[in-house]
Write a protein of this length. Structure first.
Length: 86
């Protein structure tokens, strides 16, 4: 029973880490988008003037997404390694 309890604790720890990474990713993405929109509204910026900022933010999001995906995959792999361990 102790071994099963240890596995359950490890699985829950990996789940917590995975959801921390996922929620952190969403916070960064939507906060960044919110800052761009807030800046545009407060300063009355026209849409064509925002194009460079939107493209830069999109590039950052794609790069950040790739990193978040790799981290998430790594945690998932380790989690399943704990499950399959005898």
């Amino acid at each position: 029973m102790g071994e099963i309890a240890g596995k359950n604790a490890a699985i829950h720890a990996y789940d917590k880490m995975m959801w921390t990474v996922r929620s952190g990713y969403l916070i960064l993405v939507f906060d960044g988008l919110g800052f761009i929109v807030k800046f545009a509204i407060e300063n009355g910026v026209e849409m064509p003037a925002l194009k460079p900022y939107v493209l830069l933010f999109s590039a950052f999001t794609i790069i950040h997404s790739r990193g978040a995906y790799e981290i998430d995959r790594n945690y998932a792999r380790r989690k399943f390694r704990v499950i399959y361990a005898e």
